[in-house]
Write a protein that binds this ligand. Structure first.
Ligand code: KG4
Ligand code: ZN
Length: 335
């Protein structure tokens, strides 16, 4: 195999994943085993259950990734794993497995930042993505507006002051009795509702680049209490419209003010239909190159970890085997 072949491993939350990627661009295999069913009955990810499931699933998932890529261990140039941010027990499973494989196979180990990996997902699908870009990274744990100035140069423009966007979707869905994870349920139900039925406030929409979502959640609860006659479809659609409007308005303003060439999305909430549609139409109207990842690339996967690992190996070289899990790791920003 010509090119640099990296095995990526991802276990930061409730997805056990492994992938083989060449030169940070060409995906030979990408295997994701979701634990979502294991956690659904608890209404959220249970850290202890996640760690145990990673222990059981990771070896077969790695074996399947290697097999379907048709790659032998001696053809690998490095093994990369997410070291943070994430759940400490879950991260440790991936990190210790990756370090063991690196030792046994005598190849470099590369520590990967999960947030930087989400950004690198872009190059797997849009190899010609132009920088600088503004990226809205929205997941169950994060809501960040990032100015991706150049390769390896990130500036954090703003983040959530309270709930993450996905967390707001999940909490509102739970309140409406729609189950877990809530984002996809609200997305689906909103198709049958009127987004203008309830005019939920768009928090801080014209102020700075930070976000605050706990107010919308409270507004939904207050509205349902006062107006039980409003259909759940209308509440869901109106809530989603308020969330998406807030997210897209700020991302659009940032792209304009910073002179970005591209505007993109990342993280699990990027799977939201309305968010995708609205972001794409902003890109068409304002002339940005759009990056709206495929749904499988929005959620956690190891192809993005291998792609980011390949990039980090080139820039920083191998990571030390003394490195452990770093549950509170932040995106390496320039300021
Ligand atoms: O990135 P991710 O898979 O995991 C982390 O949180 O790191 O994101 C999961 C989040 C959950 O909060 C889920 O409800 C949300 O992404 N989500 C969505 C949609 N699909 C997943 N939110 C809104 N609309 C969706 N279609
Ligand atoms: Zn993630």
């Amino acid at each position: 195999m010509s090119g640099s072949v990296v095995l990526g491993i991802e276990t930061s939350c409730d997805e056990t994943a492994a992938a083989v990627v060449v030169d940070g661009r060409k995906v030979l295999s990408s295997v994701v085993s979701s634990q979502v069913d294991l956690h659904a009955r608890f209404g959220g990810v249970v850290p202890e259950i996640a760690s145990r499931a990673h222990v059981e699933l990771l070896t077969p998932v790695v074996a399947e990734a290697m097999l379907s890529a048709g790659i032998e261990p001696e053809e690998l140039d490095a093994v990369a794993a997410t070291v943070g941010p994430g759940l400490v027990g879950a991260l440790l499973v991936g990190v210790s497995t990756a370090k063991s494989l690196a030792l046994v196979w005598d190849i470099p180990f590369v520590a990967v930042n999960h947030l930087e990996a989400h950004l690198h997902a872009a190059f797997l699908e849009e190899p010609d993505l132009e920088l600088p870009a503004v990226v809205l990274m929205v997941s169950g744990g994060h809501t960040m507006l990032i100015h991706w100035e150049d390769h390896g140069r990130y500036r954090l423009l703003g983040e959530t002051l309270d709930d993450a966007a996905g967390e707001a979707f999940d909490k509102v869905a739970r309140y409406l009795g729609l189950g877990y994870p809530g984002g996809p349920a609200i997305d689906a139900l909103s198709l049958e509702g009127n987004p203008e039925a309830v005019a939920f406030k768009r928090p801080m929409i014209d102020v700075g680049y930070d976000f605050s979502f706990s107010g919308i959640k409270t507004a939904v609860v207050n509205h349902v209490r006062k107006h039980p006659e409003t259909s759940t479809e209308d509440v869901a659609a109106s809530f989603q419209a308020a969330m998406v409007d807030t997210l897209v308005t700020k991302a659009r303003r940032a792209a304009h003010e910073l002179g970005a060439k591209s505007l993109g999305l990342g993280g699990g909430v990027a799977a939201n239909s309305l968010l995708r549609e609205r972001l794409l139409s902003v890109c068409v109207d304002d002339g940005y190159q759009a990056y709206v990842p495929s749904r499988s690339m929005c959620t956690d996967n190891a192809a993005m970890v291998a792609a980011c690992g390949w990039y980090r190996l080139g820039v920083d070289g191998p990571s030390s085997l003394d490195l452990g899990a770093e549950p509170n790791l932040r995106l390496p920003t320039v300021d």
